[in-house]
Design a protein around this ligand. Structure first.
Ligand SMILES: NC(=O)c1ccc[n+]([C@@H]2O[C@H](COP(=O)([O-])OP(=O)(O)OC[C@H]3O[C@@H](n4cnc5c(N)ncnc54)[C@H](OP(=O)(O)O)[C@@H]3O)[C@@H](O)[C@H]2O)c1
Length: 260
């Protein structure tokens, strides 16, 4: 039986955060769920001190919708500094933060911003546990929407071991409740799905399940400085990763009603 803790979830309305809140509630923890929707801004710090009063552990599942490296870096580095500052003042024990598998050499876009996030977290006074996750099953729909022009969905060539956000949430809660020695130097614990996939292959499964009248085309973008990492398997989990289902196909079947 776990001792119940008071755990704050930043980004509690997001694809990941909502599952973190569910898992914590199911386990009987006291949850402080926040995002800008209830007046707490992790980037500016507004409302953070009040939200963290009496909190033992913070799970940060917040994100910015921007994939621009500079915009996203500004968001994540400010969030890291604000969590350390407000968390220290509130007497928080630890931060548990989610990042992305395979980003060590990322130089562009969102992944480079997440690397800056990890580095900023390492500078603060509170112990931090970082969990690196693979791309979420839930991201496939977003990438498909972003890439659709007319009747074609253009998906970047990307090898990924897609994982359900719920599965990542369970691992984050485990780390929040049963801490490993906190470390901001790698290798970080990793969580990924049961098998390697491609983003385009997963998009094709999704489109077929929904009966969308679009064709998926995998494309390689020579202008992307991180293209090789997307394509050569760098984003796949390491041998120490926790692998857990459901597979993307199982998740799609459970999430989207069959057409016809
Ligand atoms: N998506 C993936 O495939 C994936 C893979 C690996 C790791 N991750 C990591 O998982 C985390 C969550 O990603 P996600 O896809 O679940 O994000 P998401 O769905 O975009 O959710 C973002 C959450 O952050 C909140 N938020 C945004 N700006 C905020 C601010 N200024 N202050 C406070 N809250 C703010 C949002 O709520 P409001 O709009 O109400 O503020 C929302 O609750 C991120 O760290 C991401 O890097 C994601």
């Amino acid at each position: 039986m776990n001792a119940s803790k008071k755990i704050a979830v930043a980004g509690a309305t997001g694809r990941l955060g909502r599952h973190v809140v569910d898992v914590l509630n199911e386990q009987g923890h006291e949850v402080v769920a926040f995002s800008r929707a209830n007046g707490v801004d992790i980037e500016t710090g507004v409302g953070l001190a009040e939200a963290l009063a009496g909190v033992d552990v913070v799970i940060d599942a917040s994100s910015t919708p921007s994939a621009d490296r500079d915009v996203a870096t500004a968001f994540f580095t400010a969030a890291a500094r604000n969590l350390h500052e407000a968390g220290t003042q509130a007497g928080v024990e630890r931060l548990v933060v989610v990042s992305i598998i395979g980003i060590d050499n990322s130089v562009s876009g969102y992944n480079a911003a997440k690397l800056a996030h990890e580095q900023e977290l390492a500078k603060g006074p509170l112990p931090v546990q970082i969990l690196r996750a693979a791309q979420f099953h839930e991201l496939v729909e977003v990438m498909t929407q972003w890439g659709t022009q007319g009747e074609v969905a253009y998906l970047a060539n990307m090898r990924t071991q897609l994982v359900a956000a719920r599965t990542v949430a369970e691992k984050l809660v485990e780390l929040a409740v049963h801490p490993a020695p906190a470390s901001t130097v790698g290798p970080f614990p990793e969580i990924a799905g049961p098998r390697p996939e491609t983003m385009a292959g997963a998009a094709a499964v999704l489109v077929a399940r929904r009966g969308d009248a679009i064709r998926v085309q995998e494309v390689s973008d020579p202008a992307n400085p991180d293209r090789e990492q997307f394509e050569d398997g760098t984003l796949l989990p390491g041998p120490h990763a926790t692998l857990a289902g459901p597979t993307f196909a199982e998740w799609v079947e459970a999430t989207y009603p069959a057409v016809g």
